[in-house]
Design a protein around this ligand. Sequence first.
Ligand code: ADP
Length: 687
Amino acid sequence: MLSIVPAVLYTAEVSGSHGATFISENVKTQMGYRPEDFLSAPDFWADHIHPDDKSRVFEALPKLFEQGHHVHEYRFQHKNGDYRWMRDELKLSYDEGGNPRKIIGYWIDVTEKKLADLDLEQRIEDRTAEVRKSEQLLRQNEAKLKLAARTARLGYWHFDEVSEEYLDISDELANIFGYTSEEYLGRFKSFEHDMKLVHPDDLAAVYKAYEAGIPNGIDYRVFHRDGSVRYVREISQSIRDYAGNLVESIGTLQDITDHQLALDALGRSEKHYSTLFNQLPIGVQEQDYSSIKKTVDKLRKQGVNDIKEYLEANPSLLREMVGGIRITGVNKALIKIHRDDAIENYIRDEEDISLWWNGQWVEYFAAEIGAFSRSSEKFDAECVDIRSDNSEFNVRLISSVVSGYEDTWERVISIAEDITEKKQKEVVLIEAMARAEKASRAKSEFLSSMSHELRTPMNAILGFAQILGRNREGQTLNEKQRNYVEHILHSGEHLVELIDQVLELSKIEAGQLSINFEHISVQNVIDESLVLIRTLAQQNNIEILDQIDRSELPVLWTDATRLKQILLNLLTNAVKYNRDKGIVTLSCNEIPERMLRISVDDTGIGIAKDKQHNLFTPFERLGREGGAIGGTGIGLAITRQVIELLGGDIDFRSQEGKGSTFWIDIPIDVVQATSGDRPQFIPSTPE
Ligand code: ADP
């Protein structure tokens, strides 16, 4: 192609500007310019060289003067603006003195060839990159294969049956036994050597399998280098020559220890399960709900959201669905509950839905299937079922989809407990409770009315006795008689106190004690109680120590009157059961869970350990009956009931001969007075 395109011939001066002195006419056809364009402007040629090639072109010129000729290629701008690849072949002509005279140049457009060359270069480069990539891929695949073999613990071997030598083994094969392939090949050169690795109990089976050929594989035990026993699965194939002689064999060996151990564990757990299943004293049934699940899925697709509601509204569809349940397992206890003689009879009767289907089961199965479709963990219900002898019994049924079968409901387990007896007992118990409640109410009513009835004549007795006692003027009563009147008064007051307390206790027991919760200042309650107790304390020669820091007291949410009643009971007891010149200490502190603890401590006679358990029993005076210290034995019983009604608690600690500490814990209100301030009263209904 080049030969038929005539080159542009040009000449240029050696010295000076390099401008052309002559250029052939065909420059017009080749480059679009007229010769004058070159000849009139010395820089015309240089200006049209591609900027990237310019420096290369000028660096080449000295070579021309050195060697007398030079060929180079560069891009030159065509008149149409495109750059064309030009091959410039330069020669020097000399004068007689051997000095360079002129540069003669042949200029040929080689763009087509150049592009073809460049394309080839690119293609070679691409191809090299491709080869490199596939080599890399190959290496990656090899690594993956190795990893897969390692993960699957799968090795292979290739054995020459004629020379009885290994042709090849994979690294993983050796690794299964704990060796590198070199170590393995060094130690176990022959078949006989290999057999040393096989567990003696499996040796006969392995020999037999080799004789028969083991394309389907054989599982056996081998010894690892560390002495442990491993399970392996071997599959091998024989390669024979045309005459049928064995020449080579090839095979794989996989370490299946983990798999085998898991299988063993599974076997054991299945055994456990079946033992449990059959020995359980409670009825168990396993069934296949997969046909129900399919219908539920279909309903869901149709846009049914509430499956339970839908099934209740479509009992005939539900009946059909329940008819599709297949019973896959039943234990003995269930047969016993149903009084059936054989499992087969039970299953036959259960699967014949027409024998037992009724409205109760519509409700039961709609709810159970509804619960399963909401992925509830279990469904629990009580029903009335019929036994094989047609008698009815109460049964509690707990069913659930076995985990792992949530997508298919192929395994559903139901547990059935015969609760007939329990139900009967429950009825008896409920009746007994109702009777007891009625009796207790009657007792409370009786007590309360009796207390009222007793109070009226008692008031008369006390009133007249007081008049008698005061009647000193006429001295109608002698000393002895006045003593009698004192007795009447004393016993009468005791009787009134007893009546009041019995009335209060009966009110509490009848749930009629009124409690008014409000935000209260505990300080007021404490101060009022102390005023009331001081007189009794003085009479008994007892000192009251008040250790309560008033600035730290919180606001309580309680009933002030009831709280005062409680505090007074504890303080009165602490004074009454004290010793001469004894001390009663009152203290209080906040305890966790936002409770205030008020403690009453005394230095008195204490309570014997063996009597302490009866402390809060009504009418129990713990051996003080008939003693010098008066009392009814009801105070602490009432106190405990009231503090519990207030949401608090009471407890004590006592040592005989040393003294006792009683404390009550009462809830603190959520809104608190700031420390140092007086307690704030917060109205219970904000305006
Ligand atoms: P009462 O004081 O009217 O007998 P309580 O119910 O208040 O009835 O107390 C019951 C019994 O517990 C008392 O009879 C007494 O034996 C004993 N007891 C109560 N408080 C104290 C105390 N602080 N020290 C010793 N014994 C006490």
